[in-house]
Write a protein that binds this ligand. Sequence first.
Ligand SMILES: [Zn+2]
Ligand SMILES: [Zn+2]
Length: 225
Amino acid sequence: MRALLDHLMPQSCLLCGAHSQANPLCPPCTAELPALPERRCTICAIPTPTGAICGDCLKTPPAFDASLAAWEYRWPIDRLVPAFKYGEQLTLGAALAQGLAHAIAGADRPDILLPMPLHPKRQRERGFNQSLELAKYLAKTLNLPLADQMVQRVKLTPPQASLPLDARHNAIKGAFEVAGDVKDRHIALVDDVMTSGASLNELAKTLKRAGAARVDCWVAARALR
Ligand SMILES: [Zn+2]
Ligand SMILES: [Zn+2]
């Protein structure tokens, strides 16, 4: 896959090499990306047999109220998202955002779109924030206000992926500070991948403490355990 990403021309589909005009993926490969099963927990987007709220959310309700995701985080999404995130294939951002826009088409409109903030040091290292890029696309296509300065990431945490799942909630505690007025607002958080949901949960918790009325999570991909 890495070799493919490096060697193909941008107008060739990153997955199969077919001509794909100006798009990073051709229509057949886009159609075959791994959709999440229809029946899912409305709170955390994990598939459940009947579409009811899952056991985890019943036992320990997260601070967010609902989650929507475009795809399951497995091949080839698990290679495409990092290729976008680490800046190798920026054009993938539009393809990922289009899928996300489709997944949230029937959702209640929030007052504000808020991308998962990066710590300034990470943002400097990486050069851009992948969640902000996705949120910008959604804000433009759905005509929603984008609030990318409303929350700051004040604690530099190790990448969540480097931590065991049970350590993630503690590591992220106190990582965010609200810098704007979120009182009684309905906020949609935008992120690339939801795995344990620890970062989104901590951010939602921080926003609720500051008075937010409702917090939804809109993510391109959901990792299933
Ligand atoms: Zn293709
Ligand atoms: Zn759930």
